[in-house]
Design a protein around this ligand. Structure first.
Ligand code: MN
Length: 294
């Protein structure tokens, strides 16, 4: 099943063709603040599962293609991300900061944007802003110190995620937390539709040219371990997001580009890149040259 947020915070369930609005069950919709109805839907999904399946059989709904899709979880308790988690990306960055020796970092929740929102580049002359093609894990229930063998019980679903990044030596959190720097979507696919989390293909194109391609079998820290490691430090809550890391092929985007990401079993989304007016500050005044380590 697909879970969608659409048309000013409404919540829907979808079979890929139509959307049935279930906002009223979770207090969601226009005016909801903070927008956490989706967190409640995720927490309570198991008790609604049969009802949702029936609604998708009996309700006409509206065509999925007719709604405006929004970021699935706009107000998570945490937006976690793993750094260098594919060996080929470690090589291109000449990085020893692997996910297996660094653990997770955080991005600002307010960097989240949707599958139909543009990525707005901050006004930072002298800096490259890169795409990172990633898979998002959406946590389904509260947990702490989760062993790897139980970790998949805590994964509610999956989505496409772009971890946009200003290259430089400054604080990673700051470089990755500009508004619109974490597009997620186009929906959440529930975990039962992903047969093997250890075998998920993903691809990223810019203007139709393939830039990144990987499979989760090549992860340094796999999905079970990512959940386990994060939960050893932090209580995980329904709606928490984990960005699972990017493979080789990161590169800059400029205004006018269109970034397309596809994750197997989930779907694809294309987001345009536009130039914003904001974002300059003294931290980024010094130019930085990104040099790929071939
Ligand atoms: Mn990343």
């Amino acid at each position: 099943m697909k879970i969608v947020r659409f048309n000013h915070g409404r919540l829907g369930i979808s079979d890929g063709r139509k959307v049935v609005d279930v906002s009223h069950l979770f207090g969601a919709g226009p005016g909801e603040w903070p927008p956490v109805g989706i967190n409640r839907l995720i927490r309570d999904f198991d008790q609604h599962r049969a009802e949702f399946a029936r609604l998708l059989q009996t309700e006409a709904g509206v065509p999925l293609a007719s709604v405006r899709l929004e970021t699935p979880v706009p107000w998570p308790n945490k937006l976690m991300a793993y750094p260098v988690n594919y060996h080929d990306h470690a090589q291109e960055m000449a990085s020893k900061g692997l996910a297996s020796v660094q653990g997770y970092f955080l991005k600002s929740n307010s960097s989240l944007s949707g599958p139909q929102d543009p990525v707005e580049l901050p006004a930072l002359p002298g800096r490259e802003i890169h795409h990172e093609c990633e898979i998002a894990l959406i946590i389904g229930k509260q947990g702490r110190q989760i062993p790897p063998e139980k970790a998949l019980e805590y994964v509610f679903g999956y989505a496409c995620l772009l971890d946009m990044t200003v290259r430089g030596k400054e604080e990673r959190v700051f470089r990755k937390s500009y508004d619109t720097f974490t597009p997620v979507g186009p929906w959440i696919v529930t975990a039962d539709e992903v047969p093997d989390p250890g075998d998920i293909d993903m691809k990223l194109w810019v203007n139709g040219a393939l830039r990144q391609q990987a499979n989760t079998r090549d992860l340094i820290v796999d999905i079970r371990q990512m959940v386990s490691i994060a939960s050893s430090a932090s209580t995980l809550f329904p709606g928490d997001l984990i960005a699972t890391g990017t493979p080789a092929g990161v590169d800059k985007v400029v205004a006018g580009d269109v970034i397309t990401i596809e994750v197997a079993h989930v779907g694809r989304m294309s987001v345009p890149v536009v130039q914003g007016k904001f974002g300059a500050n003294i931290v980024f005044e010094k130019p930085y040259e990104f040099v790929r380590n071939h």
